[in-house]
Design a protein around this ligand. Structure first.
Ligand code: DAT
Ligand code: MG
Length: 138
């Protein structure tokens, strides 16, 4: 079934000039771009987005990094979008990501790993709606 996932091109990939290649890869892999914007998270907004991790030791560092520069936020549509996209981006730690995955190609480190991908259909909806109004998610 065709469904949707949510992604961000994180500040490291943006700063390193990989945004164009990454968006091109999304399209080449057959994802339809439903919504796309360039934005920058405040520390407060980054903390809210990653609230599920707030008890983890890396939370402060994650919030600081995610609010350190511009990002692209996007909603993508494809069959089996959530699972297929997690496969396309690769493991959280780029050192463990498979060859050819986006994190293997473009991530900086475990903490600065180039892209986000939702981990469930439910979270994809919540995360997409964090950035985009209903009117923007046509
Ligand atoms: P993912 O982004 O693959 O869904 P996650 O949800 O477990 O991974 O963690 C969210 C982000 O937090 C991850 O993309 C990078 C950062 N992170 C995760 N584990 C970390 C760790 N052990 N040290 C530093 N940063 C970490
Ligand atoms: Mg996650």
């Amino acid at each position: 079934m065709s469904n949707r996932t949510f992604t961000m091109i994180k500040p490291d990939a943006f700063k390193n000039g990989h945004s164009g290649a990454i968006i091109d890869r999304f399209i080449k892999e057959g994802y339809r771009i439903v919504a796309l914007k360039l934005t920058k998270l405040s520390a407060e907004k980054a903390g809210e987005f990653y609230a599920v991790h707030k008890e983890r030791p890396f939370y402060g560092e994650l919030v600081e990094f995610m609010s350190s520069g511009p990002i692209y936020a996007a909603i993508l549509e494809k069959d089996n979008a959530v699972a297929s996209f997690r496969e396309l981006i690769g493991a959280t730690n780029p050192a463990q990501a498979a060859e050819g995955t986006i994190r293997k190609l473009y991530a900086t480190s475990l903490g600065e790993n180039a892209v986000h991908g939702s981990d469930s259909d439910e979270n994809a909806k919540i995360e997409g709606s964090f950035f985009f109004s209903g009117l923007e998610q046509f």
